[in-house]
Design a protein around this ligand. Structure first.
Ligand SMILES: C[S@@+](CC[C@H](N)C(=O)[O-])C[C@H]1O[C@@H](n2cnc3c(N)ncnc32)[C@H](O)[C@@H]1O
Length: 190
């Protein structure tokens, strides 16, 4: 059941991935037979429920958020969706403080949905965290249309443009831009 997580998102205004993006995440986690997934930006747990549904039954989602109260919503959402508490590891804190503490090469999938202005740093950390053949995904790269409109030069949109360029030009990555939700940029680590 996603009702709880979506209701908390609507009530609090904490943005959550849409149904098409969520379904895509679930499929990607299943295709990777994911046992270990890292998520930046727990929110109210909508994306986490989709990821857990796609992962192996013994898989563990490690999810990071700067706001402990958001993680409490997500904890309740995973419980309401029927997942045992040992399926998720909640780490509160700023992503750029927490990510360096996670183990190298141990993750099948890294889902980035935290602060878009930090996207390039998330990519660098993801490349370290992923096993070969693993995948990194960024939600929201269309930036509600601003990405494709050159007059938008705010720091956040600029950072996402730089991310898209880095992913496209990297020899280490095989990218695909999937037009679901607000743009899901995915890339497999060679
Ligand atoms: C868009 S919401 C995530 C939504 C969630 N992925 C979902 O689809 O249900 C973004 C989340 O990232 C968190 N966040 C923003 N900047 C962050 C940072 N620098 N480090 C960790 N978490 C951050 C916010 O507190 C918020 O809960």
């Amino acid at each position: 059941m996603l009702t709880y997580a979506r209701a908390q998102s609507a009530r609090t205004g904490i943005r959550a991935i849409g149904p098409s993006g969520g379904a895509c995440l679930r499929l990607l986690a299943a295709a990777l037979d994911a046992k270990a997934v890292a998520e930046i930006g727990t929110g109210t747990g909508v994306s986490g429920v989709y990821l857990l549904r796609g992962m192996r039954p013994d898989g563990v989602l490690t999810t990071v958020d700067a706001e402990p109260v958001h993680q409490q919503f997500a904890r309740e959402a995973y419980h309401a969706a029927g997942f045992a508490s040992n399926r998720a590891r909640f780490i509160p804190g700023q992503a750029l403080d927490v990510l360096p503490r996670l183990a190298d090469g141990q993750y099948d999938l890294v889902f980035c949905d935290g602060d878009p202005a930090e996207s390039q740093q998330y990519l660098a950390e993801s490349l370290r965290l992923l096993r070969p053949g693993g995948m990194v995904c960024f939600e929201g790269v269309f930036q509600e249309g601003r990405l494709a409109e050159p007059e938008h030069r705010d720091p956040q949109t600029h950072a996402v443009r730089e991310l898209v360029r880095d992913v496209r030009e990297s020899d280490l990555l095989l990218p695909a831009l999937i037009p679901v939700s607000d743009g899901l940029l995915c890339a497999v680590k060679r």
